[in-house]
Write a protein that binds this ligand. Structure first.
Ligand SMILES: NC(=O)c1ccc[n+]([C@@H]2O[C@H](COP(=O)([O-])OP(=O)(O)OC[C@H]3O[C@@H](n4cnc5c(N)ncnc54)[C@H](OP(=O)(O)O)[C@@H]3O)[C@@H](O)[C@H]2O)c1
Length: 388
């Protein structure tokens, strides 16, 4: 196999660390050309010492100054523009694993430079998926999904004619609170919401999984990745997280993707596609599979999923507004400024206040994102629970 030169944006996060575990297992297959993080310079320094990338970015300026004092052999660049510049360095693949809408520019920068991208960072797709895919098509750039559900669907769709796809079924674990009485969720602390039953992930996506917003964001991500209307994307609750998603064809066949709950599998697939690399990682033991269950989600108990479905159907800037409101609400919850159940209230209120428009260009989308964040912070404040 040829050596893959890679850049990892968000190398200190859950996905970034899993990606470096993959790289560590295949020293002859991967060469790390660039690493980027926001502020965790201690971990980044250890990664730099181990993988010797040519380029390092620390986005946060204060953290970059700290990095500079560590006396490492590779200096870092800082700021968001440096992240975009790193994404444009010519490599075989850029893994976009930053969290949040902040990753949009670097994703576009990688595509504009003609770099193939492996995308875990779903929020940019929710905001601007149509624009991202249009740019990728124009540049002839392949976009490979890392999110386990989308990676599963991507694999099930190999060789399929688009018109033969009846619908896709995104599986949802349900998160830590599925099936619990909603009245018991008022006092949920961030530590409980980030304790996911089947996946080990960063804080933001863990909270999104607990509200089921994550599945809503994934519906919108899937629309653009697979060029499907929202009504062809179903969500099915599957608490065991063994079936990672399914594709139903017009002739009644359903293809499912099964695997263990370890993001190293979809990461390895995306980084080496279209080849399949032999792996010593722990496999699924089919003989231990029992009681794989599938059910319709409880939309009333998880209003975020309903909000996302509506925003997906509305289109235009509605998904960007949804995403911005959700990001601000989740941050406020993690800072213990609003209760868990208020996350969906913030999203609902901001969606009501911000009129969606046609998402004609990037500036329109970014402006909708900015306005929605201002509104979200006002709503969070008026909820009267902001710490002083
Ligand atoms: N974790 C999963 O299993 C999983 C599965 C599917 C999809 N995803 C998606 O993948 C993305 C990453 O998730 P994660 O769980 O890995 O998140 P995470 O653990 O919170 O890591 C986020 C990464 O982004 C960096 N970062 C944060 N703010 C940044 C900024 N302003 N500029 C540049 N870098 C910044 C962080 O750097 P510092 O460490 O320095 O703060 C860290 O490296 C999310 O969009 C998520 O939805 C994750």
């Amino acid at each position: 196999m040829k050596r893959h030169r890679i850049i990892i944006l968000g190398s200190t996060g859950s996905i970034g660390r899993s990606a470096l575990d993959v790289v560590r297992s295949y020293p002859d297959v991967f060469e790390v050309v660039g690493l980027a993080a926001n502020s965790n310079v201690e971990l980044l320094a250890a990664q730099v010492n181990e993988f010797s990338p040519a380029h390092v970015v620390v986005v946060d300026e204060d953290a970059a100054a700290k990095y500079g004092q560590l006396g490492l052999s590779v200096a870092c660049a800082s700021g968001l523009a440096a992240l975009d510049d790193l994404a444009a360095v010519e490599v075989d693949i850029v893994l976009c694993a930053v969290v949040g809408a902040i990753g949009l520019h670097s994703l576009l920068s990688a595509i504009d430079a003609g770099n193939r991208v492996a995308v875990a960072n779903k929020e940019p797709f929710v905001m601007a998926g149509q624009l991202i895919m249009a740019r990728a098509r124009a540049k002839g750039v392949e976009v490979l999904p890392v999110d386990s559900e989308h990676n599963a669907i991507f694999q099930c769709l190999q060789g399929a004619a688009p018109e033969a796809v009846q619908c896709i079924h995104l599986t949802a674990s349900g998160g830590p609170f599925y099936g619990r009485d909603r009245d018991t969720l008022h006092t949920i602390a961030p530590a409980e919401a980030t304790n996911h039953p089947t996946w080990d992930m960063g804080a933001k996506i863990s909270v999104d999984s607990a509200t089921l917003m994550n599945k809503g964001l994934e519906i919108i991500e899937a629309m653009w990745l697979f060029d499907l209307p929202a009504e062809k994307i179903e969500v099915v609750v599957h608490p065991q997280s063994i079936v990672h998603s399914l594709v139903e064809f017009t002739d009644g066949h359903i293809l499912a993707h099964l695997g263990v709950t370890d993001m190293k599998f979809p990461i390895l697939f995306a980084l080496t596609y279209p080849e399949r690399v032999s792996t010593p990682m722990a496999r699924l033991d089919l003989t231990t599979m029992k009681d794989l269950t599938f059910s319709t989600p409880e939309f009333d108990d998880f209003p975020c999923l309903g909000h996302a479905r509506e925003a997906a159907a509305q289109g235009g800037t509605a998904p960007a507004i949804l995403n911005a409101a959700n990001e601000e609400a989740v941050h406020a919850f993690c800072r213990e400024e609003i209760p868990f159940l208020a996350i969906s209230d913030v999203v609902g209120e901001v969606r009501q206040q911000c009129a969606g428009r046609a998402a004609t260009d990037l500036e329109t989308i970014l402006s909708a994102d900015r306005d929605a964040r201002v509104r979200a912070l006002e709503v969070i404040h008026t909820l009267g629970t902001v710490k002083t």
